[in-house]
Design a protein around this ligand. Structure first.
Ligand code: HEM
Length: 526
């Protein structure tokens, strides 16, 4: 068995080396995908190129990633170029590597999302994410936040006054429970102190990158040649995890269909308000011609899609919110004052949205700590990118647009735009919720779907769940900040960034293997 594994590993290594050598040679002799010699930051690493350096650099850059992918990428923060990419998603598609992985995880479905049928998919799914639907889900957001509050309160009592918790872990459990219930009326029961994890939760963790192994696995797979992926999937836990997710998706679909058909199988007073049932309802509407309906496979694919897209993103954002409150005690006090002025522990979505400082605080968190630091696209045909700001190439020539060749990989620097000093001012890297009292005029040029930020992307593929996650974050913060005081449990210098693919999470320099944020929590002094 061991010799088989070694043989497989050795063959893979040889295949990969040959593959990357061919790619590197092609890159060396044919050059990059753009005829213009773009400038970029120095390249400090033979293996990883200067990808990391570009995350924080200004304007349009030439980013060269050597060996790992042997490709030159264009990294852009230019508002006009980004708007052009958003408006022409048929020209700028998701990278092939990402699509291959999505396909393997989501099964036969998901064609609607990644293919020309994307507009139909959005049409069917949009009603499930409308404001009136999120208003109905707000109660569930609160119920889960109360469960978390009670678990933390018990920990404080057991520790005689000050609890120590890993907020990454607990918030991840909370948002998983929330998306299970609101997404497809599924009980993960992740919020428990017994350490017990159900089958779907385990499968999802193996795929989502929250386990240590997958932090290497997922970004690596996106770079691998097409033929190798199924082989690697077979020897990893990814395959069986994907199968469990798809099987559960099928079961949930059968239940939802039964409920909608009026048999009442899926009762428990839920009233079929979960996202999957709403999607199904809109898909089965008699107004829609048969050939325009999403297939069952595409509907099933929404289960892992909601999990992957909507769970960690929201928990990571809320983790960063607690980090910011712990670092800035004056902001924590100011926020708490506003939240305590509300006479109920379970306000409506509209009341949450009227809380001005809470709103500014959430915007500032999602600006500075956007969970996804960049977005990747590949040019599917030759094109010309218009530019808001002309660029000077390495020969000193000025260009006010950028020709792009078919196959050119592009990276849109989400974090770069959210923290661009030219747009936000010299304090762009500081955490200041008050900046939302008067937002600089220039910021209007950022083409994001929400709050002039790139956090939720924009255009026809903008995040469909932005309203969902903002209200969920607000409900969680409302409950937690009204009940506890937060402090960092380790010196701030020990907290570093943990990156899996483009997701940024906090971690500790003493234990970089996974995301973690230890906090000290005390009950609120009354
Ligand atoms: C803070 C939380 C969130 C952030 C920062 C976020 C961010 C994003 C971004 C940047 C994209 C575009 C990705 C791309 O095109 O490459 C996206 C797409 C998407 N998001 Fe979110 N998201 C969040 C929460 C959610 C939630 C809660 C859900 C669902 C319950 C969700 C569902 C989706 C879906 C389905 C797409 C694909 C949309 C399409 O292709 O038409 N997201 N999200």
């Amino acid at each position: 068995m061991q010799s088989h594994f070694l043989l497989l590993a050795a063959s893979l290594l040889v295949t990969l080396t040959i593959y990357h050598l061919i790619k590197a040679a092609r890159w060396f002799f044919l050059g990059s995908g753009t005829p213009i010699k773009l400038r970029g930051p120095p390249n400090p690493s033979f293996l990883f190129g200067n990808l990391k350096e570009t995350w924080f650099s200004a304007s349009l850059l030439h980013c060269r990633v050597v060996v790992y992918t042997a490709t030159d990428r264009i990294v852009t923060m230019d508002a006009k170029a980004i708007q052009h990419i958003m408006r022409n998603e048929h020209i700028y598609g998701k990278p092939q590597g990402d699509l291959r992985i999505l396909k393997l995880i989501l099964g036969e479905g998901n064609n609607e999302i990644v293919s020309r049928n994307h507009a139909t998919y959005r049409e069917r799914i949009n009603p499930a994410f409308a404001a009136n639907r999120i208003r109905e889900l707000t109660g569930t957001f609160f119920e889960k936040s109360f469960e978390l509050r009670d678990i933390w309160a018990a920990k404080i009592t057991a520790a005689s006054g000050v609890g120590r918790i890993d907020s990454v872990d607990w918030l991840s459990k909370t948002t998983l429970d929330v998306i299970g219930l609101t997404g497809f009326n599924y009980h993960f029961n992740a919020l428990n102190d017994t350490g017990k994890v159900n089958e779907l939760n385990k499968a999802f963790s193996a795929i989502s990158g929250s386990s240590d192994m997958t932090s290497v696995w997922i970004p690596l797979q996106a770079q691998l040649p097409k033929a190798i992926i199924p082989l690697l999937m077979a020897v990893s836990s990814m395959k069986s995890s994907a199968e469990i997710m798809q099987r559960t998706g099928k079961e949930l679909l059968v239940e939802s269909k039964a409920y909608l058909a009026g048999t009442g199988e899926k009762n428990d007073n839920w009233g079929a308000r979960d996202l999957l049932s709403l999607l199904l309802k809109s898909n089965m509407s008699t107004d829609i011609p048969e050939d325009e309906r999403m297939s069952d496979a595409d509907v099933i694919a929404q289960v892992p899609t909601f999990l992957i897209a909507g769970h960690e993103t929201t928990s990571v954002s809320t983790t960063w919110a607690l980090f910011s409150l712990s670092r800035h005690q004056e902001i924590q006090t100011k926020l708490r004052e506003e939240l305590l002025s509300v006479p109920t522990e379970k306000p409506s979505m509209d009341v949450l949205n009227e809380l001005f400082y809470l709103d500014a605080f959430v915007r500032e968190t999602l600006r500075l700590y956007t969970p996804l630091t960049n977005i990747a696209r590949t040019a599917l045909q030759d094109d010309i990118l218009p530019l808001a700001h002309p660029i000077i190439d390495s020969d000193g020539v000025i260009h006010d647009s950028l020709p792009v060749r078919k196959g050119q990989p592009l990276i849109i620097a989400v974090l770069g735009v959210n923290t661009d000093r030219l747009l936000w001012g010299s304090d762009a890297y500081e955490f200041k919720p008050d900046r939302w009292l008067k937002v600089p005029d220039n910021v209007d040029t950022i083409p994001g779907v929400w709050s002039n930020l790139m956090t939720f992307w924009g255009g026809s593929r903008a995040c469909i769940g932005w309203r969902f996650s903002i209200i969920e974050m607000k409900a969680l913060l409302f409950t937690l900040v009204r009940n506890f005081e937060f402090e960092l449990a380790v010196p701030v210098e020990e907290i570093i960034l943990h990156r899996v693919a483009s997701m940024q999470r906090p971690s500790l320099s003493s234990d970089y293997s996974r995301a973690k944020l230890p906090l000290l929590i005390k009950p609120l002094k009354t």
